[in-house]
Write a protein that binds this ligand. Structure first.
Ligand code: BES
Ligand code: MN
Ligand code: ZN
Length: 501
């Protein structure tokens, strides 16, 4: 999908596959719809009189060969009651436009929506969100179908048609950001949607090398021998039950000052989680190919940041392994020694994410990070607590937590904070080791975060549990690309704050 921004004097004369205008509740025309109505001598009013669209948010009406309008199609979208849309309303509108355009055969589209104003959101952010929504609605994962149905969905070209010349650059900047985020989300989704027999730790390592070839990203990979040498006993205990060797993937992007401390992203890259000896039930086990979505997020953010030339230094670390039952696999009761020196009693081999993450979280100290954010499909309990709308947020730093919360609101890729109190941490007591890898029946998402918290004492840290948000089940099964938008929004604000300081 190619995007352009142009000043367009007469909307009725635009030659396009589909022209898009907004209509408020009660069939009130937006200024753009009004202009189009005027130059088409009432074509819009006439269509609305038929009564099929009242302007309710989330609704839309597609009309073919509109009279006295050059476009092949006219898409009227409901803008709702209010002149100023809430952020959530605008995101809903963007999804509606994306879905309608991806389900019609228009080869190109022209958006006439510049008058829309959104609560606490700049035109640039609006453009970025629209681009993101359009790219999201046209995404399909077809690389493993022998005969993919049709070609790619949605219009090949999308134009933002505006009347104010001084807005052109603003919109263009927003489009560029939206495209970068879209590209990052696509990489994240492609990796995540690939099945476990293809997307192995070695495959992820190869993908990290490939990223370094195309973009200013430096990749290095630690193999099992090197991890052994370092003493990553927790991570290696998980991969021992698998024939696929574990990898510790390190990607670095230097977009900031040479000696500015980096923001580190650590993503769980479990390419298939069968549970190990504490085997999972069979139902929906295929979805455990998505247990590397935290790692995929790290890939996506590095890609988007490098595409966008973000002015920040980033370190991305992806500990990657499978978790399978086997004669060499971890057994309940086994005790292993982590890179930090702390010993861990493995009471449930299915709580493996924290075992691979804890060694990566110790390893990341050597980069002297300003901030560390880990991202993981860590617990079913987080999904029980928050469902599929918000990712779980945990942090040892209130400012960092607030910044992530705010970035979530702005991007629509939301998070909700849960506590990491010592009372919960106490549930991790082990009779035989320094710590147990599970904390009992209650507050499973919190005790998982507390476990990680034992390894993150030396830096500002946040943990995102994305078990509920990283993919959809059912007929829309597939990776969502979350939380790439959240982290890109967070980083953009982080850079602005650094500059201001
Ligand atoms: N990858 C799973 C968490 C998960 C489960 C994510 C379902 C999304 C959907 C993780 O490794 C796991 O198995 N966690 C256990 C922890 C438990 C044994 C303490 C869980 O959530 O059941
Ligand atoms: Mn597990
Ligand atoms: Zn897992």
């Amino acid at each position: 999908m190619q995007f352009s921004t142009r000043v367009t004097p007469n909307p009725a004369k635009i030659k396009t596959g589909c022209i898009v205008v907004g209509v408020y509740s009660g069939r009130r025309l937006s200024p753009e719809a009004e202009a189009l109505d005027r130059t088409s001598r009432g074509a819009i009013t006439k269509l609305l009189q038929q009564g099929d669209l009242n302007g309710k948010l989330g609704t839309a009406l597609l009309h073919h060969q509109p009279s006295r309008i050059s476009a092949e199609r006219l898409l009227m979208v409901g803008l709702g009651k209010n002149k100023t849309l809430s952020r959530a309303d605008f995101q809903k509108l963007a999804r509606t436009i994306g879905n309608k355009l991806s389900n019609c055969q228009a080869k190109s589209a022209s958006l006439l929506i510049e008058s829309i104003s959104v609560d606490a959101t700049t035109n640039q952010q609006c453009a970025a969100q629209l681009v993101r929504a359009l790219l999201t609605s046209t995404y399909r994962f077809n690389e493993l179908k022998s005969k993919p149905k049709g070609t790619s969905k949605g219009p090949g070209r999308v134009a933002f048609c505006i009347s104010q010349r001084d807005q052109v650059n603003t919109i263009r900047k927003g489009v560029r950001l939206g495209e970068a985020i879209g590209k990052g989300m696509k990489l994240s989704k492609d990796l995540a949607n690939r099945p476990g027999n293809i997307c192995t730790p070695t495959h992820l390592a190869d993908e990290a090398e490939a990223l370094a070839e195309k973009l200013p990203v430096k990749t290095s990979i630690l193999d099992e021998a090197q991890m052994e040498e370092l003493g990553m006993g927790a991570l290696l205990s998980v991969s021992r039950g698998s024939r696929q060797p574990a990898k510790l993937i390190v990607m670095e992007y230097q977009g900031g000052d040479k000696d500015a401390a980096p923001v580190a992203l650590v993503g769980k890259g479990l390419t298939f989680d069968a549970g190990g000896i504490s085997l999972k039930p069979a139902a929906s086990m295929d979805e455990m190919k998505y247990d590397m979505c935290g790692g995929a997020t790290v890939f996506g953010v590095l890609k988007a940041a490098a595409e966008q030339k973000l002015g920040v230094n980033l370190v991305g670390i992806v500990p990657s392994s499978e978790n399978l039952p086997d004669g060499q696999a971890n057994k309940p009761g086994d005790i292993v020694t982590s890179l930090s020196g702390q010993t861990i009693e493995i009471l449930n081999t299915d709580a493996e994410g924290r075992l691979i993450l804890c060694d990566a979280l110790t390893y990341v100290e050597r980069f002297n990070p300003a901030i560390v954010i880990d991202i993981a499909t860590l617990t079913g309990a987080c999904m029980v607590a928050l469902g599929k709308h918000a990712s779980g947020l945990f942090s040892n730093d209130d400012k960092l937590a607030e910044d992530l919360l705010a970035a979530g609101e702005r991007s629509g890729d939301r998070v909700w904070r849960l506590p990491v109190w010592p009372e919960y941490d106490a549930q991790l007591k082990s009779r035989f080791a320094d710590i147990a890898n599970i904390g009992g029946r209650y507050a499973g998402a919190v005790t998982a975060a507390c476990f990680l918290g034992r390894f993150t004492g030396s830096y500002r840290w946040a943990h995102l549990d994305i078990a509920g948000t990283a993919w959809n089940s059912g007929i829309l099964k597939g990776a969502t690309g979350r939380p790439v938008p959240l982290l890109m929004e967070y980083l953009t604000q982080y850079i602005a704050d650094q500059k201001a300081a």
